[in-house]
Design a protein around this ligand. Structure first.
Ligand SMILES: [Cu+2]
Length: 80
């Protein structure tokens, strides 16, 4: 969910290679197949259903200039 007035990206290098995407659901559209990146426009909401394949810790960030520096980062840990 992106509750702000700006668009944001959700980019996690390597993360997309370590999962199997079952579907991405947004509004009335369901997308199936390999997904590597989502862009959420202001107010947008999307559901990403996936099966993790590889365990590891992946860094995610918003690559828009200034956003990573402002702390728009995170971590996804997949454990098995
Ligand atoms: Cu951002």
């Amino acid at each position: 969910m992106n509750p702000s007035q700006l668009k944001h990206y959700f980019t996690a290098k390597d993360f997309a290679d370590g999962i199997w995407t079952q579907k991405v659901q947004a509004s009335k559209v369901e997308i199936k197949g390999a997904i590597h990146e989502l862009q959420l426009k202001p107010g947008a909401e999307a559901e990403w259903v996936f099966v993790p394949l590889k365990s590891g810790t992946y860094v995610l960030r918003c690559p828009i200039p200034g956003h990573t520096e402002a702390g728009m980062t995170g971590e996804i840990a997949i454990k098995n």
